[in-house]
Design a protein around this ligand. Structure first.
Ligand SMILES: Nc1nc2c(ncn2[C@@H]2O[C@H](COP(=O)(O)OP(=O)(O)OP(=O)(O)O)[C@@H](O)[C@H]2O)c(=O)[nH]1
Ligand SMILES: [Mg+2]
Length: 151
């Protein structure tokens, strides 16, 4: 059993539809769905991990905040950002606008509300083949991430 325990508030941010909720669902319950239901307000999930060497193991209890990405809902987004100890910034690597949004909107908001907390940037990439009717039949994806050190 872990000898120490830590808690961390982690928040996922990025434009609407970039895949934040999908990443959380995969991480917390190991499930995926092709359906897109925008997050209404915020949703908090929990997952604990044991970190470190067996002799000095730390139990990390993560409170993972998912928030809708659509602009104009700054109230709920600000509540999610306040007190965050880590941020996963998500953008769609096939939509340049969603990457620019991280620099122009999401990062300045985090610096203002949570300070210079550690951030990881993840670019999601969608590859899907569609039938003539436009229905998605297969899809795969990958996630690329970059760590941003607080200065
Ligand atoms: N092919 C593919 N589709 C994905 C992937 N991740 C998310 N999607 C699809 O992208 C759509 C939007 O995903 P969400 O995870 O709901 O996006 P979100 O960032 O939470 O959006 P908001 O809650 O509106 O801010 C859904 O239709 C997902 O099925 C992925 O890795 N691969
Ligand atoms: Mg969502």
């Amino acid at each position: 059993m872990a000898s120490e325990s830590m808690k961390a508030k982690i928040v996922l941010l990025g434009d609407g539809g970039v895949g934040k909720t999908s990443l959380i669902r995969r991480f917390v319950v190991d499930q995926y769905s092709d359906e897109y239901i925008t997050t209404i307000g915020t949703k908090v999930s929990k997952r604990s991990l044991s970190l470190g060497h067996p002799a000095a193991e730390v139990e990390m209890a993560m409170q993972i905040w998912d928030v809708l990405g659509q602009k104009g809902y700054s109230g709920v987004q600000e509540t999610a950002m306040k007190g965050a100890q880590g941020v996963l910034m998500v953008y769609d690597a096939t939509a340049e606008e969603s990457r620019r949004s991280l620099e122009d909107y999401w990062m300045p908001a985090v610096w203002r509300l949570a300070g210079r907390v550690p951030m990881v940037i993840a670019g999601t990439r969608r590859t899907s083949s569609r039938t003539g009717s436009g229905q998605k039949t297969t899809s795969t994806s990958s996630v690329r991430s970059t760590r941003v050190r607080p200065s």
